[in-house]
Design a binder for this molecule. Structure first.
Ligand code: NOJ
Ligand code: CA
Length: 654
């Protein structure tokens, strides 16, 4: 048996063999958090590595380093852990290493299969990793292996009522401890989902390939890190950088070409039905309309202009058209060369769009040409899309047979990775929609700037149903623990009564502003139409001012699904920005401004819900005011039902 404690003596992990089966256990301040939980791998055509281990040896090391993110929610991150490696061997003289890294804010562990004589190529049919949560807990979860991928509304239930869920899985024990299980550095492996066994025992369930195998690998290889983040407060999960720390350092070298930015785009009008992706009288991606967006972007300080529906393939039932998209052929009414040049002259650029509809062979066959094409045009970022139902991504092999795969299978993990690496060669950043979940790979591949991977704003246009008011109060503590999200905030015409009278944005206007700070992404869209911003120039000023690259992030308060207040410091100035939002309840919060610099007076530009604001009946009521504050000031936040508040703090004088 081996034991290792975190650098600050907060967490302790015990690893050993019991009845020749490997197990681990986690305690915090001496109290069990994860009870004895089993570990092991099972193979298709070889004896399993799930027991029969006769030897175990242990080795310990420590690590402490502070590294810098090229862009991010925090500039410098300390990576400080103690490591314990248990090497086990069985009667067939096969070796497996279980490596545990123990931090004050959580634990990461993985399986490593070294190069060895009696183990080479394997087909993993099961990973037996367990997480036996000790204390009764409540869980916030979305179902796994469903048709809608990661795009479900979160449910809150006792942990004993979940069945099969995605990670990050966030829980709160009855004693008030916050725990989130996820994984880090998911490369060339299947995603780990969690199935509940008896009571509160969670078991890894790897997403299978279409032939039923979970993972194909050859030793030496290792699994992704299985992660357990543990914090006293819900906000403590947000400011844990465990997932990033467990990823490999930047492999791309100089990535100054990856630029955090705000963008606008020809997008929302398609979701409202004003325009179409496909050709015809309502085609959205026209040269004229794109010029309007470029002008608007240039005038208001946005760097990017996304244009969807620009290429051949959208006509007809595009959801099922994965094999006809052409990634180098614009529609005739979209002059991409002219527009790229026009944009460049105005200091902005187009953002490319590759909707694949999950047709992977069609996309991979064109990938090099498609990326070269954008590179030549000077397009530095691409939004990709994989709208196919879960389990229905298609790939037609050389034998002419079409396979159907899951978005989070090893097959797709490899595909997404390939796109990011090929894009990096051409200095192009990728924002993946319908992605594999984020596992912190932006540290290794900083051009993987953002992704979707949860219900974004678009659901409010579709209304089937829209997102609930609590949705964005749950995301920071669940989906966002994985990494940045391209949520696409900032809808100002909240009711779109002309276009979709039965649907609406279920928030106040102030909450739309708060989202820019609360939901982190290095690329943030101002998602509404230029006309709707021009109609409300005063609140629009906040979107013009807010930045997307941060030196620091602090969570001032928050409860999962209830409310949250986050402040972030601009990486390139002394400004701070605050975002606070609530679920369907109105509430009053009081915050201390002690994150501000001492001896400095700041101007606070406040965008808050007005006294009559109420998301159902009066969502536009907003007060915009200025105050002078210092780090000794207290501030009252009055949030309406599904309301919010956004503040910019600018130093006035030293
Ligand atoms: C789904 C994406 O999330 C959305 O942003 C995009 O507009 C459509 N697919 C079409 O690609
Ligand atoms: Ca989507």
């Amino acid at each position: 048996m081996g034991t290792v404690t975190s650098p600050g003596n907060i967490l302790t992990v015990t690893v050993g063999l019991e009845g020749q089966i490997p197990y681990y256990q986690v305690s915090r301040h001496g109290k069990t958090v994860i009870a004895k939980s089993r570990l092991g791998l099972r193979f298709k055509d070889a004896p399993h590595l799930d027991g029969g281990f006769t030897h175990a040896s242990f080795a310990k090391t420590s690590f402490d380093e502070t590294w810098t993110q090229p862009w991010g929610e925090k500039e410098n991150i300390r990576n400080h852990y103690n490591e314990l490696r248990m090497t086990v061997s069985d009667g067939l003289k096969r070796r497996m290493v279980l490596t545990f890294r123990v931090y004050d804010d959580g634990v990461g562990f993985r399986y490593e299969l070294p190069k060895q004589e009696n183990l080479g190529k394997v087909a993993i049919i099961d990973e037996l990793t367990e997480f036996r949560i000790s204390d009764p807990a409540t869980a916030w979860w979305i179902p796994a292996r469903g048709w809608n991928r990661y795009e479900y509304l979160y449910r809150k239930t006792p942990l004993t009522e979940i069945s099969h869920v995605h990670t990050p899985l966030t829980m709160r024990t009855d004693k008030g401890l916050h725990i989130s299980i996820h994984e880090a550095a998911l490369v060339d492996y299947a995603a780990m989902t969690l199935r509940r066994g008896r009571g509160q025992a969670l078991q890894a369930d790897l997403t299978p390939l279409s032939d039923g195998i979970k993972v194909k690998a050859t030793a030496p290889f290792h699994t992704p890190w299985r992660t357990i983040q543990i914090a006293d407060t819900a906000g403590g999960l947000i400011t844990s950088y465990l997932i990033l720390n467990l990823n490999e350092p930047n492999k791309l070298g100089d990535v100054s070409w990856v630029k955090p930015e705000k963008y606008v785009g020809i997008w929302w009008e398609m979701h409202l039905g004003i325009a179409t992706w496909g050709s015809g009288p309502k085609h959205g991606a026209t040269t004229a309309r794109t010029k309007t967006y470029i002008d608007f972007a240039a005038k208001n300080g946005f760097k990017g202009v996304l244009v969807e529906g620009w290429n051949i393939g959208w006509d007809g039932d595009w959801f099922n058209n994965g094999n006809v998209f052409r990634f180098t052929e614009p529609y005739p009414d979209f002059d991409i060369k002219l527009l790229s040049d026009y944009a460049r002259k105005k200091g902005v650029h187009l953002i490319g769009h590759h909707e694949t509809s999950g047709g992977i062979s069609n996309y991979e066959n064109q990938l090099d040409a498609a990326l070269d094409y954008y590179q030549k045009l000077g397009i530095p970022a691409i939004k990709t899309g994989y709208v196919a139902d879960g389990g229905d991504v298609t790939y037609t092999g050389k034998d002419g047979r079409t396979r159907h795969e899951w978005h989070d299978s090893q097959f797709m993990v490899r595909h997404y990775q390939k796109v990011v690496e090929e894009a990096a060669k051409r200095k192009i950043a990728i924002n993946t929609h319908e992605p594999i979940k984020d596992t912190g790979l932006r540290r290794t591949y900083p051009n993987w700037i953002s992704r979707e991977g949860a219900r974004g704003q678009e659901y409010n246009a579709w209304g089937e149903p829209g997102n609930s008011p609590e949705h964005t109060a749950i995301l920071p503590f669940t989906r966002m623990l994985a990494g940045p999200m391209d949520f696409t905030p900032g809808i100002f015409d909240l009711l779109f009564e002309k276009e979709k009278p039965n649907n609406r944005i279920p928030t106040t206007l102030a909450k739309q502003l708060a989202l820019y700070v609360v939901i982190y992404s290095p690329n943030q869209m101002a998602a509404d139409l230029p006309e709707n911003y021009q109609a409300r120039p005063k609140p629009f000023q906040f979107i013009r001012d807010v930045v997307t690259d941060w030196a620091d992030t602090r969570v001032l308060n928050g409860e999962i699904g209830e409310y949250v207040t986050i402040v972030r410091k601009d990486r390139h100035s002394d400004d701070w920005f605050l975002g606070s939002l609530s679920n369907e309840k109105a509430r009053h919060l009081e915050i201390a401004l002690d994150f501000l610099d001492p001896g400095v007076t700041y101007r606070a530009q406040i965008y808050r819900d007005g006294p009559k604001a109420d998301y159902k009946n009066n969502p536009y009521d907003m007060v915009i005011e200025e105050k002078q504050v210092t780090r000794d000031s207290m501030l009252k936040l009055d949030l309406a039902t599904s309301g919010g508040e956004a503040i910019r703090f600018t130093p006035l004088k030293k």
